[in-house]
Ligand binder design. Sequence first.
Ligand SMILES: NC(=O)C1=CN([C@@H]2O[C@H](COP(=O)(O)OP(=O)(O)OC[C@H]3O[C@@H](n4cnc5c(N)ncnc54)[C@H](OP(=O)(O)O)[C@@H]3O)[C@@H](O)[C@H]2O)[C@H](O)CC1
Ligand code: K
Length: 495
Amino acid sequence: MHIDLETLVVTPSEMAGIDRAAADSGLDSFALMERAGQAVAAVALRHHPGALRFVVLAGPGNNGGDGYVAARALLKTGCTVELFAFGPPPTKGDAGRARRRYRGLARPFVDYQPMRGDVVIDALFGAGLARDLAEPLCAAIERVNSLAIPVIAIDLPSGIDGRTGAVRGAAFQAERTVTFMCRKPGHLLMPGRSFCGSLEIYDIGIPARIVSAASHHLRVNEPHLWRMSLPSAGIDAHKYGHGHLGVFSGGRLTTGAARLAAGAGLKAGAGLVTLLSPAEAADANAAHVTAVMVRQIDNLAALRTLLSDPRFSAFALGPGLGDFARARNYVLALAESGRPLVLDADGITAFRDEPDRLFHAFSDGPIRLVMTPHAGEFARLFADLADDATLSKVDRARAAALRSHAVIVLKGADTVIAAPDGRALINANAPPWLATAGSGDVLSGVIAAHLAQGMPAFEAAAAGVWRHGAAAAAAGSGMTAEDLINFLNGFDQIK
Ligand SMILES: NC(=O)C1=CN([C@@H]2O[C@H](COP(=O)(O)OP(=O)(O)OC[C@H]3O[C@@H](n4cnc5c(N)ncnc54)[C@H](OP(=O)(O)O)[C@@H]3O)[C@@H](O)[C@H]2O)[C@H](O)CC1
Ligand SMILES: [K+]
């Protein structure tokens, strides 16, 4: 069986378990440290052949150990290397051995004076960062950052929490980060990701089966994880074969959001898309759409009649909706009908006073609710999870998915997609300019179109988030939400 380490993400504590399992299997742990440190030295030389001096900042643990190996390797090539040790230099284990093998000078950390022309190898802390950095360390890190000295971080920029991506006091703004075997959440979750620079993942020789056995269903969102669930686009497929998506519109002055979702749904592959509009907004909607249809829905009775048509295969509710009471009634009727639903924006906020009512309505049967909150909307339904500073974004999304029996798309530069069964993905293909007005409405439409075509909820959401990011990358900076729709590629173009 092929084990894909490319998309696997493991937490620092899982990585520690992997190290132990590797040692238990008879692997030489010092050889792993040797390969790690040698890889870092090679990266440093490849990118900075003309460095005036390499400065290795070595911590007291195994991250420091990697640093001693790198320092020895760099010295051997004839470079100028100076090593500054923070805390008690390691004496025991692999790190102690690495330190003893390093024949150069080790000076106390407080002696380090950052200079332009330095290249810093950051070997202070990696996976073992356990608490916030103390003030003198923060000041030194900030001084290096302010001089724009290139920093090559070993495993993680020191100060970044590998589990959550949080900055623990201060962190090096690395030019590049060299990590081992696979990525850690801190490389992908914000703000950690923005401190890593370009990330290189180096195979230090731990068997893939050991790595994957210790991981817990967390991956980077990539097409091969959901490609097999994409609807097949056969040439004779009848348009209903691609589903009929219903998108609820807001009132007279807030129709644009639903139209963006509907337009995106059509472009994303739904066979038919109908805007379900209150009477007051029906004319405005009708005047602005062509391929998308409009149907007037003014009350629950009208919605129930619509739901008796089995061809309506999925719905999106929330963008620009406005009326919370209407939102709640419609959502509960949709839940009863068994149809899959994307709930966004006002559709989420509508349940802020009674989230359990929403969760209960979707609590049985296959997962058919996808919620797409940003952090603020998330906090309205899951205040306790939002407030718990010990949780990572992945932990939050997973706990919310379990509680709500829904797929949660917790949006941001580092969107996390989580299912009630614990599967979780971190998305990494979204350019910064995706944060633009109407972008979330487009995402709702894309995911809902996938649901309308029969994709399972988790895959529908993951594929939607990825296609949304890919469209933004293709559209380029300065794009608008309308552009985003035009740049949505067909399924056959997803590589
Ligand atoms: N398979 C692999 O990926 C391999 C990884 N390697 C490298 O090992 C590190 C992890 O090493 P570890 O020893 O577990 O942890 P660190 O070196 O990152 O840090 C632990 C030491 O740092 C002290 N610490 C932690 N937080 C702070 C802080 N805020 N301020 C000061 N000191 C701190 C901690 O002290 P304690 O008092 O908490 O005990 C430790 O002394 C991994 O990142 C890789 O680089 C292997 O080399 C190869 C295999
Ligand atoms: K580090």
